[in-house]
Design a protein around this ligand. Structure first.
Ligand code: UDX
Ligand code: UDX
Length: 434
């Protein structure tokens, strides 16, 4: 089928490319001309494992094209996915202006039936707002449908998640919309055997917020327990292992650390809390989830300050700038909290990240970066670990110790084994472990 995707960010580009890979004819639209220029010359605007070769192969096969015009996108296909940003506003509410502008442009240019699919995370009942907006700008009485198709892609494994999702969720209110989406996803459902859930639109939109909020709550729960561990001499990694073997709890998302970041959890939990306030049920539970997440960063910063007493003129090496391993995305990353504070304390920094360095340098130009871990730690008075990149775990501890001026490590992701660090003579602080 022909498919238009508006918004070629982390979600839109992966979604469009995987649709092309399974045989559809895809046009990806974005209003950021530099992004489209890069894509048309084969340069990726984002990093996702496996994405570059898949984009190039499908462009070559003629199944994947790019444009900056929503009008062209509207003419190209009957089904238009909206994957533009829904960034948090100042009060935390989702900024729906981009979604609204796409709906308006499609309405102004469409000459026959169109199905608009909400891929971006939107607050519940956005479909009603979108319908009202489109009715205002339609040139004639042309039929259209809105559908919800929330994404559950995890950055760093987005391509894999796209081909082998746990489930595909669609929210529709007409058979025509339901048939179109079922046909689009048929190759993925058949190949992966995943569940295909068709429900009403509000339920589909809510499924996304509830899922992400539950995952964020799980992380804040284990981080809260890690604080109790620190006060009682228990070991959070043992506790999490003991908990996770219960199938009802599950081992995933029980890693204590400096807290969650990314473009989804903070924004989606915020939007869910706001929505609760709007519809008349206060999701105070989630306010506590957010508060625990914020406290976790402050707690790790306190460990660093208590250990170092004075940070001014100290050499601080920081391993990990991306919000999680496997991505170049630094949105809401812990590094965005620690680096400004350490600069304020007049510490001298050296930063390492295998993929997110460029994106971080755009925010913090002129800092010391080093692509070699041991070089980055050279003569450091303390090492702060913020992202659990596998390369860090593989480091030779003796070499690390020799490289540093003082063998002091504050490990915000429990990357290293506490006993091994102790045996090597490090002063080692981590999260929830003796
Ligand atoms: C986005 C939403 O932010 C997120 O809520 C949802 O879960 C999935 O889609 P992401 O793909 O990470 O996530 O956003 P981003 O990487 O910012 O990409 C959005 C793209 O839309 C950008 O490339 C931006 O240039 C483009 N855009 C934005 C448009 O093409 N038109 C607009 O009017 C606004
Ligand atoms: C998340 C959801 O997993 C995905 O389904 C949704 O579509 C988008 O949001 P993503 O934000 O890409 O995906 O990354 P994820 O792997 O969920 O990690 C989010 C944050 O939680 C990261 O900062 C990570 O460091 C943190 N995390 C994750 C923990 O602190 N502990 C854990 O055990 C797991």
């Amino acid at each position: 089928m022909k498919i238009t995707i508006v918004g070629t960010g982390y979600v839109g580009l992966v979604t469009g490319t995987t649709f092309a890979e399974i045989g559809h004819d895809v046009l990806c639209v974005d209003n950021d001309t530099s992004k489209i220029d890069k894509l048309e010359s084969g340069i990726m605007p984002i990093y996702e494992e496996g994405l570059e070769e898949m984009v190039l192969a499908n462009v070559k096969a003629g199944r994947l094209k790019f444009s900056t015009s929503v009008a062209e996108g509207t003419a190209f296909a009957e089904v238009i996915f909206i994957a533009v940003g829904t960034p948090p506003g100042y009060q935390g509410e989702a900024n729906m202006s981009y979604v609204e502008s796409v709906g308006r442009e499609v309405a102004e240019h469409m000459t026959s039936y169109r199905l608009l699919v909400e891929k971006s995370t939107v607050i519940v009942n956005t479909n009603e707002q979108l319908t009202r907006t489109m009715n205002k700008y339609l040139k004639a009485d042309i039929p259209f449908d809105i559908a919800s198709n929330p994404e559950f892609l995890r950055e760093g494994t987005a391509i894999k998640d796209a081909f082998k999702p746990d489930r595909v969720v669609v929210g529709v209110e007409s058979d025509r919309a339901g048939d179109l989406l079922r046909e689009i996803y048929a190759p993925i459902v058949e190949k992966s055997g995943c569940e295909y859930l068709q429900m009403d639109i509000a339920s589909a939109e809510l499924t996304k917020h509830a899922s992400n909020s539950f995952l964020a709550m799980k992380i804040s729960f284990i981080n809260a327990v890690s604080r109790i561990c620190e006060l009682t001499g228990a070991d959070i990694t043992q506790v999490a292992h003991g908990m996770g073997l219960d199938a009802r709890i599950g081992e995933h998302f029980l890693k204590a650390g400096v807290g969650y970041g990314g473009s989804c959890f903070p924004k989606d939990v915020d939007a869910f809390v706001r929505m609760g306030d709007e519809v008349g049920y206060r999701l105070d539970l989630l306010k506590e989830v957010q508060s625990i997440n914020k406290q976790q960063r402050e707690h790790v910063m306190r460990k660093l300050k208590q250990e170092m007493w004075v940070l001014q003129n100290k050499r601080v090496a920081i391993f990990g700038l991306a919000f999680k391993p496997g991505t170049d995305d630094i949105r809401e990353s812990p590094s965005l909290y620690f680096v400004p504070q350490l600069q304020e304390q007049k510490a001298s920094l050296c930063l390492w990240d295998p993929i997110a360095r460029e994106k971080f340098n755009e925010e913090f130009p002129g800092l010391d970066y080093n692509d070699d871990l041991l070089e980055c730690a050279k003569d450091a008075d303390v090492l702060l670990i913020l992202t659990d990149w596998p390369e860090i775990r593989e480091l030779d501890l003796a070499a690390l110790k020799d490289s540093m001026r003082c063998p002091i490590v504050v490990d915000g992701r429990n990357v290293f084994d506490a006993q091994a660090m102790d045996a090597q003579g490090f002063t080692y602080h981590s999260v929830g472990r003796p």
